[in-house]
Design a protein around this ligand. Sequence first.
Ligand code: ADP
Ligand code: MG
Length: 614
Amino acid sequence: MKRLLHIYEREPVRIVLGLSLFVAALVTDGLVGDNAALPIYLLALIASGALVFIDAVRGILRLDFLDEKFLMSIASVGAMIIGERAEGVAVMLFYLVGEYFEHRAVRRSRASIKSLMDIRPDTARVLLDGVEYERDAEEVSVGSIIVIRPGERCPIDAVVIEGRAELDTSALTGESLPRTAEAGSEIQSGTVVLDGVLTARTVRLAEESAAARVLELVENAQEHKSREESFITSFSRVYTPIVTVLALLMAILPSAFGWLRPADAVYRALSFLVVSCPCALVISVPMAFFGGIGGAASTGILYKGGNVFSPISRLKAVVFDKTGTLTEAELRVDGIYPEGISEGELSRLTASLEQGSNHPLASALSRLDPSAPPARDIRELSGRGVTGTVGEDSVGVGNAALMRELGVNIPEGPTDGVLVAKNGVYVGRISLTDNIKSEAGEALTALRALGVTRTVILSGDSEGSVRGVAEALGVNEHHSSLLPEDKYRHLEKIISETDGTVAFVGDGINDSPCLARADVGIAMGEIGSDSAIEAADAVIMTDRLTALVRAVKIARRTLAIAKENIVFAIGIKLLVIVLAAFNLVGMWAAVFADVGVAVLAILNSMRALRAPSN
Ligand code: ADP
Ligand code: MG
């Protein structure tokens, strides 16, 4: 019985069943007469529409009955009652056919997004005592050794300990250029190893790794409704009752005044009801956003919800963090200036402290002395630096603000790069070069062309290097030596001065407050710290700034598609309503029109899936 019900639930089964009975009824009607045909018409209606009727009754019991199932039930039963039997069954059949196509289109689009997002392998090859075992990725603990062979996806975020290979990161970042991994490089889950075998130590659990987090973000994104989607919901809430009342009036008034025969008036009212079903509208707009979110994700841009599209498409000002955002996250040490201690000791102290930090400066600094022992009591002071204990010595590495805080006297002279203090005494400076990202200029030009009129750098770095970057890129304003709270104050001022939306673009390291405060907070780089992902509205998985431009373009195009769908669905709807009111189209044509609109709108939405090339 349960299995039969299951089979019956499938739309094609109901359609074929209903259609066969419908044909039988039509034939009987023609050959024998309508009295004999009536039971077969009823059977056909029940066979095709039972589930719809049940849902309609459920809706009524929940007092939430003004939906398409309710409309279709009234229309088909009403048509039967006024003697339009064939019409009654036809409406239900057409409705089912429409549902079938609609569900198919939705399923296919979901499938294509899923395949875009098929980035998480289920198993990992774990190396234990020189033997490889295949394990559920979920069960692999942090610190396990895994092996990834050519052509395989890395299952868990890990650091390479042996081997060298080209990586394809496009599933995460949308970037097609391969990247080289060798001992020491971190590889994110979802990345494909192209050639060579890598042995790596896992640094996270599978469910906390990049691929899982990307998927989680994309899945959750559909819950944050855009303004356009909310508009549709509230629109149907007002719209359906109005339509129902109008239909009642259409059924009663013309017959009361003797303009139409009661059966004709009721028929017109019923077709009007069917026509006004808002299903095309209700489905097409969320589909557009669904497509936009999925398409963007396939190029490494993760929107946290459809609600980001509108503000990001109206950007007027963009505020950048400098280090790691406008400049390469990989810095290079270009000078070591010890003061009273040896160069080797300065390097060792610095490297000891920086091992635990994920600030862009840290990886270059910790490479100064890879064998340095890790410091104890490490504290990272955001926007200033790090303090900790190495052996018996308390050490601080950071900017002038940190030195002031530690009560350290800094000698006259340049203070760019990082300053180092040991037991409260200045022991030297390490300078670093940061290279402006090669595509930064191009990205800023493109942003201006998209209507961004104000660009600002807010940085914790020293004035000299910040000014250099601002001038090289033609950024309007820059502010340097800022603590995180100063950045926040500047951002608030910029927001209050700007007519239009303001984006903050940061690498997610100590700029969560700004990411949260901006109209659009964009975290760039990899899928870094939790707090940054939490605070941001969009996460860009690549560190290329051109992705920012693409993010704006995708948002604009998705909004345009959603609007096209709204206008198209409402337009056709109005047209058919008018035609039905004047009895120029029948009920089944009306159902068909609605289905057609829904399917076309879904197809239109699929355009949002295709990412623009740039
Ligand atoms: P930005 O705004 O340029 O991204 P941050 O606010 O992240 O810079 O950091 C500001 C300054 O604080 C850096 O230029 C550096 O001098 C110092 N700093 C921050 N984190 C560290 C660290 N881990 N090690 C050394 N110095 C640091
Ligand atoms: Mg930063």
